[in-house]
Ligand binder design. Structure first.
Ligand SMILES: NC(=O)c1ccc[n+]([C@@H]2O[C@H](COP(=O)([O-])OP(=O)(O)OC[C@H]3O[C@@H](n4cnc5c(N)ncnc54)[C@H](OP(=O)(O)O)[C@@H]3O)[C@@H](O)[C@H]2O)c1
Length: 243
């Protein structure tokens, strides 16, 4: 592997993912901009490069086996490996998604991107990550995936709108994160889930109250954990998020 740290950020063409790529690039890292649409990907790469980031495009649809396999190959060829994977790509599946009145296709789509996509990308990248000196995986979850918060009484710490697809998909992503942390417990790979807070992006029609840069901060912190940092945890800017 090269001396330089290489990161891959999925869904990095806009929103929080773009700012994660910018933040990691500002550290002098080489950043793969994972994005499924060629035009949006190349526009993001050009913008990052104009800001001095050593960015390169990685064609990547997290729902597509062939695309993910090709992305792993590209990272090996272009960068000689991978040190940090940020599984940021995500969708709500479309709102509203009221329990009792939702299209099952919405549930399936949210799980396919937010959960299966993360498993698919992580498994494809693990052989590369295992060769890194300080590998890190960050799964972009959400506080709405917290079972503690979903079951809190209104007004307490309850969070997010009723959703039978999005919030449960993030709960499953949290469980997936714990399962990987257990499986990787005897390796140097640290894997954690992050909540960016309610951030103004396309995902919520820009109703969020935080900037994408603020939303990116926790992922950047978890991507740069020291070797004795935590694994199998769930964090936001304020600290530990309850499961
Ligand atoms: N915004 C918030 O308040 C908030 C709160 C908690 C958690 N999050 C999480 O933060 C992450 C980033 O969200 P965001 O707010 O930045 O949303 P966003 O602006 O909508 O960005 C989502 C990104 O995911 C990409 N994506 C979607 N499906 C994909 C697929 N099949 N393959 C590859 N990329 C795909 C999108 O690409 P296209 O441009 O091609 O669609 C886009 O780059 C998500 O996981 C989200 O659940 C956000």
């Amino acid at each position: 592997m090269s001396e330089r740290t290489t990161a891959l950020v999925t869904g990095a063409n806009k929103g929080i993912g773009y700012e994660i790529a910018a933040g990691l690039g500002a550290l002098g890292w080489q950043v793969g901009v994972g994005a499924r649409d060629e035009q949006r990907r190349e526009a993001a790469v050009a913008k990052l490069r104009a800001d001095g980031v050593d960015a390169f495009g990685v064609p990547l649809d997290v729902t597509d086996d062939a695309s993910v396999t090709a992305a792993a190959r590209l990272l090996q060829e272009r960068a000689g490996g991978l040190d940090v994977l940020v599984n940021n790509a995500g969708i709500t599946g479309g709102m509203p998604q009221q329990p009792g009145d939702a299209d099952v296709a919405t549930v399936r789509a949210a799980v396919e991107v937010n959960v299966v996509g993360v498993v698919r990308v992580t498994d494809a990248m693990l052989p590369l990550l295992r060769r890194s000196a300080s590998p890190r995986i960050v799964n972009m979850s959400s506080g709405v995936g917290s079972l503690a918060r979903q079951s809190a009484s209104a007004g307490e710490h309850q969070t997010g709108p009723l959703s039978v697809a999005y919030a449960p998909s993030k709960s499953m992503l949290n469980a997936v994160t714990i399962q990987y942390a257990r499986a990787l417990g005897d390796t140097n790979i640290l894997i954690n889930a992050a909540c960016p807070g309610f951030t103004a992006t396309d995902l919520n029609g820009f109703r969020g109250v935080r900037t994408p840069q603020q939303g990116a901060a926790i992922a950047i912190r978890l991507a740069t954990l020291p070797d004795d940092g935590p694994s199998g945890g769930f964090f936001d800017d304020a600290g530990v998020v309850p499961w």
